[in-house]
Design a binder for this molecule. Sequence first.
Ligand code: THU
Length: 129
Amino acid sequence: MNDLIDGARAVREHAYAPYSGFKVGAALRTRSGKIFYGVNVENISYGLTICAERSAAVAAVLAGELEWDSIAVVADTKLPTTPCGACRQFLAEFNHNLSVIVANLDKVHYTISLTELLPHAFNTETIDS
Ligand code: THU
């Protein structure tokens, strides 16, 4: 778990957040043990901003890694920050039971399941029933 937090913290330096000044780093571990990283990338058209969690998710998908174990998210906050609603839905596409590790720069952290963060998610089973 510490390696994921350390990785997310390191990559966070590369976040592009000139508008909010709020840099976020993410590190996603696949079931095969690989780690993919992401940062938030903001845009002058604010709504186009992509969060760190979703950019890590996209990095994993483009490598063909769709089976995920856990994700660490690091930001400079007093209390660890949890993924936004859009990211919760985006991550749930691949593993609704994903372990989400949230941490700040002091390594204050806790782990919570995506199922807890996004109960009663809109999912493929809903569509198929
Ligand atoms: N952000 C993330 O990257 N992840 C989160 O979980 C929360 C928010 C980004 C989006 C935006 O660039 C900045 O943080 C402020 O909302």
